[in-house]
Design a protein around this ligand. Sequence first.
Ligand code: AMP
Ligand code: GLY
Length: 424
Amino acid sequence: MVLLDVLIIGNGGREHAIAIGLNNSKSIDNIHVAPGNVGTYEIAVNHDIDISKSENITNLASKLNVDLVIIGPEMPLVNGIADELKKININCFGPISKWANLEGSKKYAKELMKSLNIPTAEYVLISEVSNNHEILEYFNPPWVIKRDVLAGGKGVKVTSDKIIAISSINDAIISDGYVLVENFLMGEEASILVMMDESDYVCLPASQDHKRLLDNDEGPNTGGMGAYAPAPIITPSVLQRVEEEIIKPMHHFLRNEDNPYRGCLYVGLMIDDDGAPNVVEFNVRFGDPETQVTIPLISSDLGELFYSVSSGKLSDYEIKFHKLSSATVVLASKNYPDSPTTGDLIYGYEVVIDEGEINAFIHYSGTAKNEQGLYISSGGRVLSATGVAPTLRDAVEASYQIINNITLSGSYFRSDIASRAFRR
Ligand code: AMP
Ligand code: GLY
């Protein structure tokens, strides 16, 4: 078997999780990460480049002569990195810019869903500033106001206050030219990461993110404060509906285009009390922290999986999963998400749990090394502790054992990760 050299783009916990998965793959030889972080530094070669410029990535991929580039964040995809890698015949896991629009433009995603009859919230587009937006009479509060910009989930305002709704709508129109207002969907959220190319699609175990900063889903929206998988809200019958009503129509559309989708389609869902799914959002990449709980559940060779998708040969690959559960708890810096404090020393991160089927370890994100080689905080989400175990309770307990051992001045983590699963 020819071993593969791979380049991962990104610097978060998601990319650390992918690097760990590839490090355990028999198909992989060398792992490179750009720019990477202190976690990927331990198992791969980090390359400090500016990934906002596609040519920096293509130059590095050519110089390293890698077989495959895996794109973590959305920005390089929206910038067209998959299109550029295709021109130089290097495999890319991640879709071309045309499909990256599914995440880059909520208007495009909504219009496509409408044309394919995919269930999603009703919406209107508003482009005129007014002090009396009539749309607020059609939809019941709370109103969901979405700017059509890449804002990492922070371009969405959910409010029942009419004055705030009107000013959010007007502010968005002034800066972007138009805004989307959506019907509020009731229910429970879940995410399904779908591996997809023209030959097939495969759903990874469903997960549930915790987007709000504080326990009981209070406080501001964040990049994600923790996750667990498999999420029991996605029962076999709900999954069947998601596949029939959402994933199959998307796959049918994307596979039949000249340049088919090759990568991970993140399907963000709201499931109502009757088990009916609605799409909240599509992302064109792995989620963070959903990846940290999903990758450890894949038992087949991860390198082969990524390579198969990037070459349009997913149907030849047999995916297998461990019969385990996983949970991850994010440690955030003081004042995250507004103005995170950085530069503080982190203690107690050496502990791991390795007890047969119960394992727990750290995925790094906003952590750096200071001049003395000690770990310090360098971002809002500093690290996450991930537990994997035969039961979700054990996985959660293991992740909290690790996180409770860590000291970082003013830091914060949610104490209720996966509690929804236990309420069911
Ligand atoms: P988005 O960036 O579209 O995923 O929105 C960010 C978050 O806002 C979602 O994860 C939901 O929690 C919430 N949200 C977005 N759209 C809706 C909706 N139509 N109904 C209820 N909540 C929503
Ligand atoms: N955790 C949500 C996201 O990655 O978009």
